[in-house]
Design a protein around this ligand. Sequence first.
Ligand code: PGA
Length: 236
Amino acid sequence: MLIAGNWKMFKGPEEAADFCRGLREADIGTVDVVVCPPYVSLAAAVQTLSMTEIGVFGQSCHWEETGAFTGEVSAPMLRELGVYGTLVGHSERRQLFGETDETVVLRTNAALARGLQVIACVGETASEREAGQTEAVLRRQVGAIAAGVAETDDLILAYEPVWAIGTGKTATPEMAQEAHAICKSVLDVPVLYGGSVKPDNAAELSSQPDVDGALVGGASLDVESFATICREASHS
Ligand code: PGA
């Protein structure tokens, strides 16, 4: 069971170090835990969590190692900082920054080749779900990863229905289970659930047989709320 906190564009280096000091002292149960700070706060998080089991992940990485790619960072740069893995293909990257199934595969392969773990995100929008296309969308998104990425133990998927992200609407445990089973039928790797995971729904969601953890956005920004989610998930 893995609980990952996606900070998105929150917490500069000072706040990141404060948070990580708090997390070091908190009771996070028995789950594996990682945090995904913005790039500028990665070094502070790595340093503050250095003597712990808590991993630090980036939020994306480019597929080239160096080059004229303004605004991007590469897998070797993340490694040099002591970063352990990276998110790839978050729906905000797909919707706002032109990420495609193809670039998700490129980024995933570059990260894996450099020894980073990858949490690759997939999920349908509200209109796709309403149109009955959830399964087709997941098969397309996960299928692209399955076709383009060699078998590895370092790859994890996150099923994040776009309509549940930051909205307070959560997939029911049954909906999550169904979607996770579809993902795993295409690519047999651990699958995290993401989308409005909170202290009060973490246990039920993570008790589903094919839910292997959670990718938490808003509720990961507060130490007590994030630690409570980790403890809740530890029981299931
Ligand atoms: P949320 O975000 O928990 O705030 O819905 C999840 C995510 O985007 O990873």
